[in-house]
Design a protein around this ligand. Structure first.
Ligand code: ADP
Ligand code: MG
Length: 558
């Protein structure tokens, strides 16, 4: 048969697919496996309405056969196959998706399992192959056909012999060049890796003959190569399993398998949402911060799957910055993907998911704080700073989300307390939430400025991190109680101006004046203080900016 040419616009498009749509070459395998899975799903859907077709899950699989001698990789499926006409229209016209048509023609409403929609994925094969041969037999035809192409110069279709329905694709893998390695696509370990990464949750088994060296029977030194057929994908994703079937260990294993972190997760959330947007997610709150967590290098994000197929490694849009420590994955059937299936067309769905996830994480942290204080404190030691940054960085916009998650050391309890706890035990006459700032709890305890407030029996929150005061300045108040530094000029204590102090002030007028002159460029005023008991002198701040805050601000680069 004469060589058919791709349609003119198809040529350009093919060039685009091969050279610029995909950021990674390895996704060719994801595309071929997705097509194979679709082809088997189609039999399933046909069987629903056609009595002559039966669907027995056990008969359907995908097989990968790499061969280094012939430099070929075969991708075999037992799916619906293609007739000659289908071969021509589906593989002869780029951007024509037989799968998309199939969904429409069969009015499959819940056909969200079928992955194909754009009609370009197949051609990704040419990123790694010089020539592609597709041998296929449709369940609707007694004849089998072969489609062969070397890329943009067109394709040929010939009649061939094939016994069973299904499709077999042979890729003639390119030779290595100086820059590019193609040999890897013939290696068992590499293929397994790619399948694990993108196609682990395809619902049909993906099989491969795996070669292993095993000790030879009856001999201690000699080994022999043993070939066994293995299913290399997990098929059912953990997030589609029933929560009641899963143990903590299953979630921990998934965390480790996915390399979300080297620690043990502190807590996991398994979310199934079936509302206006449908998604499943498994999220983790890690136990400790990664070494680069508080640096620019750290990249937040969750894995994003569309129907069990990995779309993005790290989708940052799914997490607000203040929850950037959360690890895990989201799978949704409602995403509209762009043509490379690596990005989304609209982020509306993403925004909805993000909002929803945000609420769930918040809820989880609140209940952790309530039900397992010890664990929450461990969490807070690792990531509390990030929550405070969160309060600070968006000008208190996330006050509602974050304020109840904060902990500060308390002068009274000698441990971390929440603002809620603080406010709930404030004596009636106490107007402010008091805090004191210092490098460490020990040093704060020795601050002269704390004496007066502590003497009144009021609790003081100890701020030992620079961000602390910045964060509460953004909060402004908690339950209508304003924050006040123990070193502010006016402590807001209902003390009568004592006659004694006034007298002392008068008596020592000259002394104070002299001190003021000596310290002219260091202090604004020198006054008799009511707040001191065991210390002779202390510094106080006028207005809103505390001495500590001033220090931080002065240290900032201009
Ligand atoms: P998409 O999967 O987005 O539809 P592709 O370029 O990957 O686009 O595939 C084009 C079409 O070719 C598919 O829609 C399908 O009809 C057909 N096709 C591809 N691979 C197979 C296969 N293994 N078995 C049956 N049909 C296939
Ligand atoms: Mg496809």
């Amino acid at each position: 048969m004469a060589k058919m040419e791709f349609k003119a616009e198809s040529k350009k498009l093919l060039d685009m697919v091969i050279n610029s749509i995909y950021s990674k070459r390895e996704v060719f395998l994801r595309e071929l496996i997705s097509n194979a899975s679709d082809a088997m799903d189609k039999i399933y859907y046909r069987a629903l309405t056609d009595d002559k077709i039966s669907f027995d899950q056990g008969n359907y699989y995908i097989k990968l056969v790499p061969n280094k001698d012939t430099r070929t990789l075969k991708v075999i499926d037992t799916g619906i196959g293609m007739t000659k006409e289908e071969l021509e229209s589906n593989l002869g016209t780029i951007a024509r998706s037989g799968s998309f048509t199939f969904k429409n023609e069969n009015e499959i409403k819940d056909g969200h399992d079928i992955i194909g929609q754009f009609g370009v994925g197949f051609y990704a094969a040419f990123m790694v192959a010089d020539r592609v041969t597709v041998t296929t037999k449709s369940i609707d035809s007694d004849e089998a056909y072969q489609w062969q192409s070397q890329g943009s110069d067109g394709y040929e279709i010939t009649a061939v012999q094939k016994d069973e329905p299904g499709t077999e694709i042979v890729l003639e893998i390119k030779e290595n060049t100086e820059e590019d390695n193609y040999d890897e696509f013939l290696e068992e370990y590499r293929l397994r890796q790619i399948v694990k990464k993108y196609s682990d949750f395809i619902r049909y088994p993906i099989k491969m003959d795996v070669t292993e060296s095993k000790p030879k029977e009856g001999s201690e030194e000699e080994t022999e190569e043993v070939i066994t057929e293995e299913t290399i994908n997990s098929m059912v994703p953990i997030w589609k399993k029933n929560k009641s079937e899963l143990t903590d260990e299953d979630y921990e294993n998934f965390y480790q398998e996915k390399h979300y972190g080297f620690d043990k997760p502190l807590k996991h959330l398994h979310i199934n949402v079936d509302g206006s947007i449908r998604y499943n997610a498994i999220l983790y709150i890690p136990e400790s911060a990664p070494y680069n967590y508080y640096t620019r290098e750290y990249e937040k994000g969750l894995e994003l799957y569309s129907n069990g197929v990995l779309i993005m490694d790290k989708c940052g849009d799914l997490l607000p910055d203040y929850f950037s420590f959360v690890k895990g994955m989201v799978d949704s059937e409602d995403l509209s993907l762009n043509i490379s299936r690596e990005m989304l067309q609209h982020d509306r769905q993403l925004k909805l998911i993000e909002k929803n996830i945000n609420k769930k994480i918040k809820k989880e942290l609140v209940s952790l704080l309530r039900d397992d204080r010890e664990k929450y404190e461990r969490f807070f030691k690792a990531f509390g700073q990030q929550l405070k940054f969160g309060v600070y960085s968006d000008f208190g916009a996330n006050k509602e989300v974050l304020q109840d998650l904060l902990l500060f050391h308390s002068s009274k309890e000698k441990k971390l307390v929440t603002l809620e706890e603080y406010v709930s035990r404030m004596p009636e006459d106490q107007k402010y939430i008091y805090y004191a700032i210092g490098d460490s709890i020990d040093r704060i305890e020795k601050l002269p400025q704390t004496e007066m407030v502590a003497d009144k029996g009021y609790e003081i929150l100890y701020f030992t991190e620079e961000i602390d005061e910045f964060a509460i300045k953004m909060l402004m108040n908690y339950k209508e109680k304003e924050f006040k530094s123990v070193s502010s000029g006016d402590l807001g204590l209902d003390e009568e101006e004592s006659e004694e102090a006034k007298e002392k002030e008068e008596e020592n007028k000259e002394l104070f004046q002299a001190m003021k002159e000596v310290l002219a460029d260091k202090v604004k005023d020198v006054r008799a203080s009511k707040r001191l008991k065991s210390h002779p002198v202390c510094l106080t701040a006028e207005g809103d900016i505390s001495i500590e805050m001033e220090k931080v601000i002065n240290a900032m680069p201009d």
